[in-house]
Design a protein around this ligand. Sequence first.
Ligand SMILES: Cc1cc2nc3c(=O)[nH]c(=O)nc-3n(C[C@H](O)[C@H](O)[C@H](O)COP(=O)(O)OP(=O)(O)OC[C@H]3O[C@@H](n4cnc5c(N)ncnc54)[C@H](O)[C@@H]3O)c2cc1C
Length: 436
Amino acid sequence: MLKIGIFLFTNDLRIEDNPALAQASREMDKLICLHCSEQPTPSSTIRGPAKLSNHRLYFLQQSLQALDQNLKHHHQHLLMREQSVLDIVPELITLYNVSHIYSSYHAGWYENHQWKILTSRYPGIVFQQQHSHSLFDEHQLPFNVADLPDSFSKFRRVIERVKIIAPEPALISMPPSPLAENSFKPLAESTQATDNGMFEGGENAGLRHLNRYFSQNLASTYKKTRNGLDGMNYSTKFSPWLANGSISVRSIMSKLRDYERDIESNDSTYWIFFELLWREYYQWYARRHQSALFTFKGIGTGNPSTSFYPERYQKWCNGNTPFPIVNALMNQLNNTGYMSNRGRQLVASCFVHELNLDWRYGAAYMEKQLIDYDTASNWGNWQYLAGVGADPRGHRKFDLNKQTATYDPTGEFVHRWQGSSNFEPLDSMDAADWPI
Ligand SMILES: Cc1cc2nc3c(=O)[nH]c(=O)nc-3n(C[C@H](O)[C@H](O)[C@H](O)COP(=O)(O)OP(=O)(O)OC[C@H]3O[C@@H](n4cnc5c(N)ncnc54)[C@H](O)[C@@H]3O)c2cc1C
């Protein structure tokens, strides 16, 4: 009897170094390559923007199109559905007598929940998952996930000694699909989507970017430049392709090691690894803390003293706060779908500590805007800055004036992104306006 499987693409939108896809290709006679764009999201549990930003949508659309093209080189194609996995998978199981379902592990609680529902509904089907979004497989960790070190430093000290798995050899062939080939359909909502001109989605574009980055020797100065606010070269800009899995973190590590061997190994090249370990920490942190990643008190014991003020929230989103640097950064985010790491720290600090807003609304806004949105990195970093996450020193408050003087000393960034043109007082109603 023919073995027919489904490969469920999630945040692994690539052909190369995709261990679960390689396994499915080896084991199945026929394979359905599926992507469901209706994803369960943490932000749907609280009020926030309902839709993905046009930038995020555009980048996703390009990434899916590129994946479909690459699958075609293997006589395959991508079945795209704007439905939930829980709606479409049961239909395919019945229609094609599916016996196996494959996917990559996802750090997100909501995504895992869907997978668990499927596995409990279909005990007769073989479900297989592999790690393709992290540097390490779970069995390599020198601790159980439940015993994840409670700070990044402790984690780094033990994990740095573990050998990183090399990327998989190139995929040679794939089994054919049992479905008739259909032409690639854009996501319905993506007709409004816009190109930010900075990032091109997809595996081939991601690999080109990776090669370009290392061929320009930028890695040798990364540690000195990484806190920049604007431009393509001050930091690696790997995050958009890493987030949806168009390139794998193990391929990046392999390129970094080649660079260190052939060109130069210094503090800066080590620091790229150091930052990738932060990413790694948050992947396992999300697995460890599950739905607590999205709760107000996070992994702490008490609720923060912040709240939700709709007017302040809107001003932050629209870049109309009394803080020019924050306005410029938010304008940059709204216009490109990207913001530097330093920028994210400043706007998040402002959100929580100056505007006294409930951190989850800021995280939910970034979830919709960022083209490099990653469940674990986004919600983990927000928790950290709000003082409800993995930070032994409690909450992080940045002095916005001092930060502006350090990172935008000439005012060029604030000027370029019009941070001073639109600012308004924090609240249009003050205490004197309250009716007695
Ligand atoms: C409030 C907030 C929200 C964030 N949301 C996201 C998100 O949704 N997706 C995301 O990928 N990153 C997120 N980050 C982390 C970081 O800002 C971005 O990874 C980084 O700015 C991406 O640009 P880059 O690739 O040029 O980074 P580089 O400085 O070149 O770093 C190299 C890589 O290391 C990883 N990395 C660097 N810093 C961090 C960090 N603090 N946490 C986790 N990984 C890190 C990323 O994978 C990055 O691509 C967030 C940070 C903050 C403070």
